[in-house]
Design a protein around this ligand. Structure first.
Ligand SMILES: C[S@@+](CC[C@H](N)C(=O)[O-])C[C@H]1O[C@@H](n2cnc3c(N)ncnc32)[C@H](O)[C@@H]1O
Length: 250
């Protein structure tokens, strides 16, 4: 049986009005934004999706210009891409492992009227080429692999549904962090990278930290790709394991 109160309440939700408020810089509460999504995905919002105030600031710090392409690595339901498309003239791409989240992001983009300036791909970020992107956003995308599988609500929409072993999850985390560090080299000089709660690794020396500010539950960091052309060849006199560990404690 349908709940008439719920349906009446739903009837008042106008995504175009929400889009106008976000575009104009109005204060929109996260729970109001979350009405774009199916109920089970709304419950994940507080922990897994970037809060709106942080998304707005991250978009500003990425400094997106017309004709530029921005990338959210581990985009979830696409919140940062959607805010970015409403508040900047750039094109926003979201990469996400979980197809159910991609479907929710695409539906929200259509509802907000920004489908033309957003693209969402259901893919493992490690297989995606970052070349040609002018800005990259990451909100601790692989953190769930270090949590007990039962402790993350994202598990319900895969890929931890099978709750594979702790060792396998740690190995997966290491693989994804290494792939992310490697991809920083493929960005063009001047490209910006913004992180919220980091990404679990240490950026290679081709990125320079230019700004750090406290916000919400953590900090936003802004990194800029310098002009080092490519990763220096490994020094045969240096043990890569020891060098990697040094990078982590610096
Ligand atoms: C903390 S959430 C952040 C979501 C979104 N960026 C936001 O800020 O609202 C991290 C997301 O990364 C996704 N993810 C984890 N590993 C991934 C991978 N290898 N490739 C693509 N997405 C991944 C997860 O499914 C999850 O939706």
């Amino acid at each position: 049986m349908t709940d008439p109160h719920r349906d009446r309440h739903r009837a008042h939700f106008d995504p175009r009005q929400l889009a106008a408020e976000l575009r104009d810089g109005g204060e929109v509460a996260d729970h109001a934004f979350d009405r774009l999504y199916p109920a089970p995905l709304r419950t994940m919002s507080r922990v897994h999706w970037t809060p709106l105030a942080v998304a707005r600031r991250a978009v500003e710090l990425l400094a997106p210009l017309a004709g530029e392409r921005m990338l959210d690595v581990g985009a979830g339901v696409g919140k940062v891409c959607l805010v970015g498309a409403l508040r900047s003239p750039a094109h926003w791409t979201g990469l996400e492992l979980r197809p159910a989240l991609i479907r929710a992001a695409e539906q929200a983009a259509r509802a907000l009227g920004v489908a033309e300036r957003t693209s969402f791909f259901a893919t493992d970020m490690a297989t995606f080429d970052w070349t040609g992107y002018d800005g990259v956003y990451l909100y601790n995308p692989f953190g769930e692999f270090l949590m007990p599988a039962a402790a993350t609500s994202l598990r319900e929409v895969g890929p931890l549904a099978g709750e594979y072993s702790h060792a396998a999850r740690v190995a997966q985390h290491r693989r994804l962090v290494a792939a992310t560090e490697e991809k920083a080299w493929s960005l063009r000089p001047g490209a910006r990278v913004v992180t919220f709660h980091g990404f679990g690794g240490v950026w290679p020396p081709c990125l320079d930290l230019v700004h750090r500010e406290k916000i919400s539950t953590d900090v936003l960091e802004v990194w800029v790709r310098g002009d080092a052309p490519h990763r220096p060849p490994p020094d045969p006199g240096v043990d890569p394991l020891v060098e990697g560990l040094r990078g982590r404690v610096r």
